[in-house]
Design a binder for this molecule. Structure first.
Ligand code: NAI
Length: 337
């Protein structure tokens, strides 16, 4: 079987090949790695492959899925948890097998959320540069003690729970909101409606999936409900936040800090070296001008353990497809006829 791996970086190749060497995946598997992202224009690269493997910013809309199916692709393997980029109905109509990696070290993303909070609060990113230049002045580095502060976790699934465990351990008061709350959350904090969470939290951390219902969950009205000077952290999906509204809230000084690992228009920027280019995204460039904004390029998942798990489960999903075994990580239905 041939597998076309899109948006393949060196680390994707390394961990997929390691998983293959450990015997993961169907017998006789051959991987073809492509730097390009999957889109209708690049779908032809998968010609002759029965399966494709994609990441968060590859397109899986109707035109792309149709192009893949026409080229002979029968299985789509997402090497990520979120599948907001997938047209589920079209995939089912085309009879495509689609599977994802629902959980791979939720702690990796939770720890990154913590790193963002700690960096932005204590200005360690600025201190690092200052000290290297021989500037030991503390002005501008003042933070707050997190112990005793109130943190709101929006989405108490696997990553939200891991984040809540860390912050609870640090002595924060933890609030959560989730339409399907985990009973285990009660040991860590209190469930409240979103509005109450926004009104009470010093730090709001987003861990819910991107759906039609959660798109721009944090808009101008939600930002207005947040405490003046509060911190907003998004390690989930960029479009949970209305970027224009966030810029307005930062300019008015109502929003105190913004830390994001994901960005609404990240597809054109993230996972690439654009350091020699002129970035045309004015909203992104405006965000870069605020001293109280910290952006990382979707690296929450980026740990050895998580990449190992992603590769192992991705190839196990492909083996399930190849052998006709029921796949626990399948999205939608797969008419195998
Ligand atoms: P999960 O499915 O375990 O948890 C998501 C939770 O959000 C569920 O409990 C669900 O009920 C809740 N939810 C749904 N709608 C909500 C709403 N309107 N308000 C509040 N809660 C809501 O998912 P998991 O594994 O915790 O991942 C969460 C998200 O993190 C993923 O959807 C993905 O977008 C993102 N992610 C980001 C990564 C990164 O590298 N930055 C890596 C992996 C995931």
């Amino acid at each position: 079987m041939q597998l076309a791996v899109f948006s393949a970086r060196l680390y994707d190749r390394r961990f997929l090949e390691e998983a293959r060497a450990r015997g993961a995946g169907p017998a006789g598997l051959q991987c073809r790695y492509f730097d390009a992202a999957l889109a209708p224009e690049t779908a032809a690269l998968a010609m002759g492959c029965e399966a494709v493997c994609v990441f968060v910013n590859d397109r899986l809309d109707a035109p792309t899925l149709q192009a893949l199916a026409q080229g002979g692709v029968r299985a789509v393997l997402l090497r990520c948890a979120g599948f907001n980029q997938l047209d589920v109905a079209e995939a089912a109509r085309l009879g495509l097998f689609v599977a994802r990696v629902p959980a791979y070290a939720p702690e990796a993303v939770a720890e990154h959320a913590l790193a963002l909070i700690m960096t932005l609060n204590r200005n360690t990113h600025r201190a690092y540069n200052r000290v290297r230049e021989g500037n030991f002045a503390l002005d501008g580095l003042l933070g707050v003690t997190l112990h005793g502060k109130t943190v709101g976790i929006v989405g108490t699934g696997q990553i939200g729970m891991a984040t809540a465990r860390i912050l609870h351990g640090m002595g924060c008061v933890v609030l959560g909101c989730d339409p399907a709350p985990s009973p285990a959350f009660a040991a860590l904090g209190t469930m409240v409606p979103l509005d109450a969470l926004l009104q009470r939290a010093d730090i709001v951390s987003l861990h819910c999936p991107l759906t039609d219902a959660t798109r721009h969950l944090i808009d101008a009205a939600a930002l207005a409900r947040m405490r003046p000077g509060a911190m907003l952290v998004n390690t989930s999906r960029g479009a949970l936040v209305d970027t224009a509204a966030v810029i307005t809230a930062l300019k008015s000084r109502h929003l105190g800090h913004l830390a994001i690992d994901v960005y609404e228009q990240e597809g054109a920027l993230f996972f690439q070296d654009r350091s020699g280019d002129i970035i045309e995204d004015d909203q992104f460039q405006r965000l870069m001008t605020f001293p109280n904004v910290l952006v990382t390029g979707h690296q929450g998942f980026f740990t050895v353990e998580a990449l190992r798990e992603i590769s192992q489960v991705t190839l196990a999903n492909l083996r399930d497809f190849a052998t006709g075994t029921t796949c626990a990580h399948q999205i939608g239905t797969h008419p195998r006829s």
